[in-house]
Design a protein around this ligand. Sequence first.
Ligand SMILES: Nc1ncnc2c1ncn2[C@@H]1O[C@H](COP(=O)(O)OP(=O)(O)OP(=O)(O)O)[C@@H](O)[C@H]1O
Ligand SMILES: [Mg+2]
Length: 259
Amino acid sequence: MHLCPVRRSAERQRRTLLGTEVFASTPDFADHVNNFASAAVDLVKVYGSGATAVRALDGVTVGFRPAAFSAIMGPSGSGKSTLMHCLAGLDTATSGAALLGGKDLTRLPDNALTKVRRDRIGFVFQAFNLLPALTARQNVLLPLALAGRHVDKAWFAQLVEALGLSSRLSHRPSEMSGGQQQRVALARALVTRPEVVFADEPTGNLDSRSSADVLKLLRQAVREFGQTIVMVTHDDRAASYADAVVHMVDGRVVQAVAA
Ligand SMILES: Nc1ncnc2c1ncn2[C@@H]1O[C@H](COP(=O)(O)OP(=O)(O)OP(=O)(O)O)[C@@H](O)[C@H]1O
Ligand SMILES: [Mg+2]
């Protein structure tokens, strides 16, 4: 496997400007860690133990730029979701560091980690994960309600408008299409203005039209609001909306390409 070493070349600067970088070694990376919104340093995740142990992440060192749209691709089982869950503090790593804004989440006690997830990270899942008893408006505002934070009404209105949800706010998830539900999930992830939005196959359950709508909105959030987005996808077309694409195979990052 060949990873690009850190060097002051035009190619490196291009990568640096556009998105994601892969580093040859952890010491190289250490000097640059603070430049990334989210980063993994020699991250290892082993599920189980003994003969049945699975090494889902096998020493991943990669950084995701702020205000960029990065995609993670790779075959099923290559560790994409595991990497994202560790970076988002949803899962614990076996060793290595998972950094948010240069701070290692793996060293935080549980209560601090809960707060980080609530206040600094947004999630979008393939299965939408909306609460069925709540309306679209209540679902979008839930993270703020849970955090006891006030609603920035102008921001909420802007999101609802941009996501085309104005006429759906009093509907429950069962009364909305898949595309509409995913847009509600997107609004819920963006409403807190998180440092990073992690999206795990957000268009996996959508038809091509709804998919394109969601991807355009993600792109728009990066361009207009400076949002940082890291998205796992199987779909080349979805990845084409990203500034940079990281490829994983067998728990390792094998390539990072600036779009
Ligand atoms: N909770 C778990 N317990 C045991 N093994 C797990 C667990 N979660 C994931 N794995 C294993 O870790 C490896 C990486 O899984 P992961 O879900 O990260 O893959 P992925 O790249 O997201 O795949 P997909 O594209 O199918 O979603 C796989 O071999 C998987 O079987
Ligand atoms: Mg997955």
